[in-house]
Design a protein around this ligand. Structure first.
Ligand code: SF4
Ligand code: SF4
Length: 355
């Protein structure tokens, strides 16, 4: 069994909550080496990604201590990743004591195009993605979004909710830990002020002026790598109790509680006494007797027989689940209990309040 802790960057070691050793949520449908979203044989109407981008049309926001740990690592397989991080540091765009962050312009474009273009445009390709082999050059040190995104989830919508809760937990850790580490190394450094609008330099893909950059980095201008490495060293001895103090006990408890409850929900096989067919179900493609239908995610359509899809109208929120199952059987369609659970996870069926 691969635990959640084992799926996350090893740098966190014992820092993260002990319960992560007890939880496991394998996502075998996301076959990254043979990308599940790059199937030339997929019928039209079923969304696919570009094989030369996969889902890496994104720019990570790397916390300082992960950057430092990457630079300290001696694995030759990460040489390319280190080179790319060094190039980014040299360019001074998005480079702050706490983060190696995306250019603001990238985030604006990503937000504006996410619905239509995620996984489908090389103009949003991650700078750490290696096209020739379709791999990540900094994988061991990837951040929260990259650690918790999957295109398809074994528990469908409930798996997605679990990983989103894990992502929110890791974001809390990244923000708290990176701010704390930067303060340990040099409390006179600071982050750029939060602003919605873009500066002229940001618009024109230029670094901030020397004076502005110096106001963030102070004595560490030109010594950014040294700073990031010191951040990695600062966090290396922290244990879980200290992490909780740093990120705030209440916030930590709240995010961890969401992780636990979403895990329980994903593993809960309870079938409500009444169910209803999702009103916003989209039948996107038909191949012979089978259809692709989109419910919780365009990236993870379900494949069902047209006969079953038609018979599912028996789940009308009025009949009991037992009566609806009988009506499905009377229509000559088989529906196993395990299939029923799958339809619930997929949000193809749900409790009547979803109507
Ligand atoms: S998670 Fe990304 S790389 Fe992995 S199978 Fe899905 S789209 Fe492909
Ligand atoms: S950091 Fe790695 S996993 Fe994340 S988007 Fe870039 S290439 Fe993909």
């Amino acid at each position: 069994m691969t635990t959640i802790r084992q799926t996350l960057p090893a740098l966190y070691g014992r820092m993260l909550a002990p319960i992560l050793d007890e939880l496991s949520m394998p996502e075998r449908l996301a076959t990254c080496d043979d990308c599940a979203m790059c199937r030339p044989e997929a019928p039209s109407g079923v969304l696919q990604f570009r094989p030369d981008t996969k889902c890496c049309t994104y720019h990570p926001k790397l916390p300082c201590y992960l950057v430092g740990a990457l630079l300290d690592d001696t694995d030759p397989a990460l040489d390319e990743g280190r080179l790319r991080v060094r190039q980014k540091i040299g360019a001074r765009i998005g480079i702050t004591p706490q983060w190696v962050a995306p250019p603001k312009k990238f985030n604006v474009l990503l937000q504006a195009s996410r619905n239509n273009s995620f996984g489908r445009s090389a103009s949003l390709l991650c700078p750490f993605y290696e096209k020739s082999d379709g791999n990540c050059t900094i994988w061991k040190f990837r951040e929260s979004d990259c650690s918790t995104f999957f295109c398809k989830y074994e528990e469908a919508a409930d798996g997605q909710s679990f990983w989103r809760a894990m992502g929110a937990y890791l974001v809390l850790v990244e923000r708290g830990l990176s701010a704390w580490a930067a303060r340990q190394v040099d409390p006179s450094t600071r982050e750029p002020p939060a602003r919605r609008d873009m500066t002229v330099e940001e618009l024109e893909d230029r670094p901030p002026s020397d004076a502005t950059y110096r106001s963030y980095w102070r004595a560490y201008v030109g010594r950014e790598e040294e700073f990031y490495r010191a951040c990695a060293a600062a966090v290396s001895d922290l244990d879980h109790d200290r992490l909780v103090e740093i990120v705030g006990a209440d916030a930590h408890a709240e995010r961890l509680s969401a992780v636990k409850s979403s895990f329980e929900q994903a593993k809960d096989g309870h079938v409500p006494e009444q169910l209803v067919l999702a009103p916003d179900l989209r039948r996107v493609s038909r191949q012979g007797p089978r259809e692709h239908v989109v419910s919780y995610s365009r990236y993870h359509p379900a494949v069902l027989s047209s006969a079953l899809l038609d018979a599912l109208t028996a789940f009308d929120g009025e009949r009991s689940t037992t009566e609806a199952l009988r009506a499905v059987a009377d229509a000559g369609v088989e529906l196993e209990e395990s299939e029923l659970e799958g339809l619930l996870h997929q949000r193809i069926l749900g409790p009547p309040e979803q109507k």
